[in-house]
Design a protein around this ligand. Structure first.
Ligand code: 13P
Length: 338
């Protein structure tokens, strides 16, 4: 039984980062999706969220660039206007469906300004339901902000412990956990500070994964890139981001981890793609793990802005989505040219 589960986990994890492809995060919660819609004047209704997700899953050729798509609970039960479930549509395109299982963040008690992710309660039961609905991998995001004295040791320990418990529950359910510790880009900090904080978070994360008996050969790590803060005067170049990021990961992430799939974290899409490209340049860094993308905004933003809720803009938006995916794949191969 255990051997069977391990075989499933191993093959799913391998599949998620295979063939120089990546992952699409389309798992925005109702409130995050609504906030993005509000900015563009799109009605914040379940039907418009469905229409938007339909636009994504019916984009021709998704499987050329994607191994998997991370969905949100609302989306996995929705269908296209002609009645085909989104999950089926993705599978037909060769894209594995996955599911965000965290339930967002709340204030961390005793640590003003810091957050802790929620959603462990009932997680084993929810994973069972998701497995029956065809989900083969899951995602849990923890956030760490950078400011004076922050993140605290308490926030790092609490959030990485939860990531480890989540990962253990997933593996017991034969679901590959995407482990997402995100050091937020917000702030004026230097790239060196981001490097130090990301290193502390990753160090504690692997301590917690070991303590909770998580097999790190059956996870996908979804970290932030090591960058300057978004309001820092000096913005690091793609080569500097690549050097800091790969050095930080090499110091903390075991070689047996099957893959790294970065979040874009609110970087301008072109910057996130250029940074990923720099990490994959030929004759650049010899990393033990494939280094790919699991972007949401850096893939979706141009298409969402163009669509803006208009039926006659669907095909144009799909073309933009496709172009953005093509760029991501080029960056995954280190052959992206601006
Ligand atoms: P971004 O690429 O927009 O950071 O989103 C990735 C993600 O999955 C956040 O949880």
């Amino acid at each position: 039984m255990m051997n069977d589960i391990n075989k499933v986990l191993k093959s799913t994890a391998k599949r998620l980062v295979a063939d120089h492809k990546g992952l699409l995060a389309m798992d925005e919660s109702v409130s995050t999706c609504n906030k993005r819609f509000e900015k563009l004047g799109i009605p914040q209704t379940a039907e418009f969220r469905r229409l938007y997700r339909e636009l994504i899953v019916t984009t021709p050729g998704l499987g050329d660039y994607l191994n998997g798509a991370i969905l949100f609970d609302e989306t996995i039960y929705q269908s296209t206007s002609d009645g085909i479930p989104f999950v089926k549509k993705l599978r037909e395109a060769g894209v594995l469906p996955g599911i965000k299982v965290d339930e967002g963040t709340i204030d961390l008690i005793g640590s003003p300004g810091e957050r802790i992710t929620t959603g462990l309660k009932d997680l084993p039961e929810r994973l069972k339901t998701y497995s029956e609905a065809g989900m083969r991998f899951a995602k849990w995001r923890a956030v760490f902000s950078i400011s004076t004295g922050v993140p605290t040791k308490a926030a790092i320990e609490a959030n990485t412990r939860e990531l480890a418990i989540y990962a253990k529950y997933c593996q017991e359910a034969a679901i590959v956990p995407i482990v997402e510790p995100e050091v937020l880009i917000t702030g004026m900090h230097s790239i060196e500070r981001c490097h130090a904080v990301t290193g502390s978070v990753l160090a504690e994360l692997f301590v917690q994964l070991r303590e909770h008996d998580v097999n790190y050969e059956h996870i996908i790590l979804k970290p932030n890139m090591v960058t300057s803060g978004d309001s820092a005067e000096m913005q690091a170049t793609p080569m500097s981001v690549a050097q800091h990021t790969i050095e930080c990961l090499a110091n903390h992430v075991p070689a047996g981890v099957p893959g790294i799939a970065f979040l874009s974290g609110g970087q301008p899409p072109a910057t996130a793609i250029a940074n990923l490209n720099a990490m994959n340049l030929k004759n650049g860094f010899a990393t033990p793990w494939p280094v790919t993308f699991s972007f949401s905004r850096a893939i979706q933003q141009p298409a969402l802005e163009f669509w803006a809720g208009k039926a006659d803009k669907v095909i144009g938006a799909q073309n933009l989505l496709y172009t953005q995916l093509e760029r991501c794949r080029q960056a995954r191969k280190g052959v992206y040219r601006i």
